[in-house]
Ligand binder design. Structure first.
Ligand SMILES: *Cc1c(COP(=O)(O)O)cnc(C)c1O
Length: 221
């Protein structure tokens, strides 16, 4: 991470590593925390809640929700996460706003963009993002702080560079929308984080490269 940042003249300290703990046992998550990991990511609500409870007492760790979020799970995770990376549809924005109102605090979110337009992935298409952010930014319960994407799986990492670049350029074009900031670009996973850093990512979501390969296969949503 640091080498990639320095290569393009970025400050390594401006990039946050989120350790993705899906399918990772709590004992191993504890070891990661002991080794200095402070940001944890989960893509399933049930699993996040279970690990959050198992790790109570670790006030210094922050949970990120990074997967496709069902509306009926919003309420249960709202008070446990610092950032939801995967706002991917209008109905979810409405429910997040509603639950934030009941809770009495705004929810911090990133808008998920399906940059490559893959049929198997969640997220807004690039052309839809501007109108979506313009409208969602008016919701008092939502605090939009940037964009997130999951790049296609490719064998040559150079192939994903245009995807990350498009997300960065999109964020730059959306800067200045009232009620939203574009301070975070959540992009880059085990396979492609080097290219993501070179293209401006400041939140990396990394599982396999930290914990090893997962036993069960997990959709990248
Ligand atoms: C699983 C997952 C990751 C981490 O993937 P790795 O390839 O294991 O680093 C990142 N983002 C999302 C949305 C995921 O579901």
């Amino acid at each position: 991470m640091a080498a990639a940042a320095c290569r393009v003249g970025r400050e390594p300290s401006e990039i946050r590593l989120i350790a993705v703990t899906k399918a990772v046992e709590v004992s191993l998550v504890r070891r990661a925390i002991a080794a200095g990991v402070r940001d944890l990511g989960e893509n399933r609500a049930q699993e996040l809640i279970r690990k959050y409870r198992a790790l109570t007492g670790h006030e210094d760790v922050a949970w990120h929700f990074i997967g496709h979020l069902q509306r009926n799970k919003v309420r249960a995770i709202l008070d446990k996460v610092v950032l939801i990376h995967s706002l991917d549809r209008w109905a979810l924005a409405v429910e997040l706003d509603r639950q934030a109102g009941r809770w009495g605090r705004p929810v911090r979110v990133l808008v998920q963009v399906n940059v490559a337009g893959e049929a198997t992935k969640f997220g807004l298409h690039v052309e839809e993002v501007r109108d979506f952010v313009l409208e969602a930014a008016k919701m008092p319960g939502l605090r939009i702080e940037g964009l997130m994407t999951v790049a296609p799986q490719v064998s040559d990492q150079e192939e994903v560079r245009p995807v990350f670049r498009r997300l960065r350029e999109l964020a730059a074009r959306l800067a200045g929308i009232p009620g939203a900031t574009m301070r975070y670009l959540s992009m880059g996973m085990s396979q492609d984080y080097v290219v993501a850093v070179e293209e401006g990512a400041n939140l990396l979501r990394i599982g396999t490269a930290i914990f090893g390969r997962r036993g069960r296969e997990d959709g990248h949503g």
